[in-house]
Design a protein around this ligand. Structure first.
Ligand code: ADP
Ligand code: MG
Length: 683
């Protein structure tokens, strides 16, 4: 039966016994195919470099003639520095080797030597990491570097791969349809695989890599698009025939006209509501772009169609805030809006749940805990969740499968870079509000060192003297919660004294009871308190338009997305607003973040930068973020290929030929193997 050895265990190779096999297993290599697809994570370039063309701090290999006897210096017992002069082409340079005293006996005047190391252009010095006597002669000038574990060495791994390629390389099958292969001039799978492991030049690697990047993205996107199709068509929703006239009346009763972007996304959402398919949509928009009113319109539409709606948010404070804004927006239209939090207890809670169940409540707002257990709707038509980007595809699915399969709209509080949006949320439809309401002033952002605290406080005071309010934000992160809590209390004490008699201060953090939180927020929104010292609990949603200045302590401890989100708490009224980042960052990345914050107010630009600085795995700030891992492809750098693959996958999945043409048999087999077609599993 088996016409291929690719699925057989690596132990069929010569020299792989149980110990090696188990070491390989820890590297995720079980079969011959796994071995083939265990790609190098980078390549060492040993080709000789022309010094005139070498950049500062570049790692290079040079060949030259020794011009001085090596001089060796010791520092203490273990540390040493060996220096020689070498003539490389026309350049007389210095080569330094740290802690390799044994090299002294190997280096002689007038020897030809080959040195690999880091080039310092200014000092004309190479700090050597590798030394070879004689001219540059290697098996290959361009060597793959693999990550290895256990008893495996790069050398042994290469040997196994070589052997496997010799014996079974001819069995590697093409898995790409001819049409796409030709369209993008992709290399054969077999050829590309060989090149990845045994390349002659960077150009060769580039071509091979290009093939695998596309392959990985295409397969991934096929899965996502198939899932999207499945979710739309198999999980039928109910067409919601909303009352367009009432909806239009509501929209024209708003105190402002919708922006074009808001109109567009409202249309997209309404089309979903009306369609017989279930909505599975992601709504993205920058801080302050006006997502709340879009949510209100969508909820209103559902209610006029005879259903109930629900809005779920991550925290109770937010739930309260949203409840208030939705109440203000929707109550005049006669809709019943209710808030359910953990502080609604006993009889009141039972009453509320009863009214929900018999349909007296139109819209229910609460935390994510809402969707669980006791809460029963009469006829839930639409669920909107805020800030869902922390959940992976699996969690979203659990949410969608709860209850009576309502339409689902996910809102993210901060923009997500497009590359991540189409991978992490690849199975969803996406609506983007890419325009701010007219007349917004950009928030002026400054970065100040902590030594300048007095001047910053003077600025804060000036704003308050003019009748405005201020936020002071202190970090509170999980690992050092106790210490940070002390920090926010200290800052509060300090500022209370500082502004004593002139302006009132309030303190806000997650350890307060919900009653206390509510009181503080109320006092701040009614301007009884002018300065609010808080942890990041005010991060999302909070809306106090009279607040015009925000100072963020230890700003370097926050990610860009979070800083931007925090900053979005000011600049909500008509006055010029300010954000001051108080930070003495120690790392380059920290400094870069501060600079970027002062340079742009655009959340989409910031999120792209954040992705570059942090990498995809860390973007959402936790591991369980649902960001897929690719073997070769890099979402950030290969975003064009990702975009292309997505388009292609979408077209394929939506076309009729894809499901019947032999050309696509391989891709169909792959999709079947993932279980996506039956809505079974995702990874
Ligand atoms: P976010 O997208 O951050 O949730 P909000 O929905 O809180 O933004 O909106 C921010 C502010 O902008 C609110 O005060 C809201 O009333 C106002 N707003 C929303 N849409 C418009 C618009 N089209 N024109 C003017 N102001 C608007
Ligand atoms: Mg909001």
């Amino acid at each position: 039966m088996a016409d291929t050895h690719l699925q057989l265990p690596v132990s069929i190779l010569k020299g792989i016994g149980p110990e090696t096999e188990s070491s390989l297993a820890t590297m995720g290599i079980g079969t011959i195919e796994d071995l083939f697809e265990y790609f190098p994570y980078r390549y060492e370039d040993y080709r000789l470099k022309d010094l005139a063309e070498s950049g500062h701090e570049e790692k290079i290999t040079v060949e030259g003639k020794v011009q001085s006897e090596p001089s060796l210096m010791y520092f203490g017992r273990k540390k040493s520095k060996l220096t020689i002069k070498v003539l490389v082409g026309r350049y007389l340079i210095k080569a330094i080797f740290f802690n390799q005293p044994y090299l002294k006996s190997k280096i002689h005047l007038n020897d030809i030597v080959t040195i690999t190391g880091k080039w310092d252009r200014h000092k004309q010095t190479i700090t050597g990491t590798e030394f070879k006597s004689g001219p540059n002669q290697r098996e290959s000038d361009f060597e793959p570097v693999y990550s290895i574990k256990g008893s495996i060495t790069v050398k042994s791994l290469r040997k196994y791969i070589q052997q496997a390629l010799n014996d079974y390389g001819h069995e590697i099958k093409e898995n790409m349809p001819m049409s796409l292969k030709e369209k993008y001039k992709l290399e054969d799978r077999g050829t590309a695989l060989r090149t990845m492991h045994f390349p002659q030049s960077p150009d060769e690697v580039k071509a091979a890599r290009r093939r695998f990047v596309y392959e990985e993205f295409l397969f991934f996107q096929l899965k996502m698009q198939a899932l999207r199709k499945y979710e739309r068509e198999q999980s039928r929703g109910t067409p919601q025939n909303y009352d367009l006239k009432r909806l239009k009346e509501f929209i024209s009763s708003l105190p402002f006209p919708l922006t074009d972007a808001q109109k567009r996304v409202v249309n997209e959402i309404c089309a979903d509501l009306k369609s017989p398919f279930r909505m599975n949509r992601l709504l993205q928009g920058d801080v302050g772009s006006g997502k709340t009113v879009v949510a209100a319109i969508a909820l209103m539409a559902t209610v006029t169609a005879g259903y109930q709606g629900s809005l779920m948010v991550p925290t109770e404070i937010l739930a309260e805030q949203h409840a208030e804004s939705l109440y203000n927006l929707l109550a005049p239209t006669g809709l019943t809006v209710a808030l359910l939090t953990s502080s609604v207890k006993g009889k009141k809670r039972r009453e509320l749940l009863d009214r929900l169940q018999n349909g007296e409540i139109d819209i229910l707002i609460g935390t994510h805990a809402l969707i669980q257990e006791e809460v029963v709707f009469k006829s839930l038509g639409l669920v909107i969740t805020d800030e869902q980007h922390r959940f992976g595809v699996e969690q979203r699915r659990v949410l969608r499968e709860k209850g009576e399969s309502p339409d689902v709209l996910f809102m993210t509080a901060t923009p997500i870079p497009r590359t991540l949006a189409i991978t992490v949320f690849g199975e969803m439809d996406v609506s983007i509000i890419d325009e701010m309401p007219a007349g917004r002033k950009t928030i002026e952002t400054y970065w100040a060192k902590k030594e300048m605290l007095d001047r910053v406080l003077a600025m804060v005071e000036k704003e308050m003297d003019m009748g405005r309010q201020a936020y002071v934000i202190c970090p509170l992160i999980e690992e050092s919660e106790k210490l940070d809590l002390q920090n926010v209390i200290d800052v509060y004490d300090m500022l209370s004294v500082h502004f004593n008699g002139k302006h009132r201060t309030g303190l806000m953090h997650g350890k307060l009871s919900s009653d206390e939180k509510e009181q503080v927020m109320k006092a701040f929104s009614q301007n009884e308190v002018q300065l609010l010292v808080s942890t990041t609990v005010v991060e999302v949603g909070v809306n106090v338009p009279n607040a015009t200045i925000m100072m963020i302590y230890d700003a370097e401890r926050f990610g860009l997305a979070q800083l931007h989100q925090l900053r979005g708490r000011v600049g909500r009224g008509s006055e010029q607003s300010y954000c001051i980042l108080l930070a003495n960052p120690k790392t380059e990345i920290g400094k870069e973040r501060m600079r970027i914050m002062t340079e742009t107010n655009d959340g989409f630009v910031l999120s792209e930068k954040d992705l570059e600085l942090r990498g995809p795995g860390d973007f959402f700030g936790r591991k369980q973020s649902g960001v897929p891992e690719f073997k070769v492809a890099d979402m950030v750098h290969d975003y064009r290929a990702l975009e292309t693959a997505r388009q292609d996958a979408k077209q394929l999945i939506e076309s009729k030929v894809f499901w019947v043409d032999p050309e696509y048999a391989q891709l169909r087999t792959y999709l079947e193997s993932t279980g996506v077609l039956d809505g079974e599993k995702l990874d």
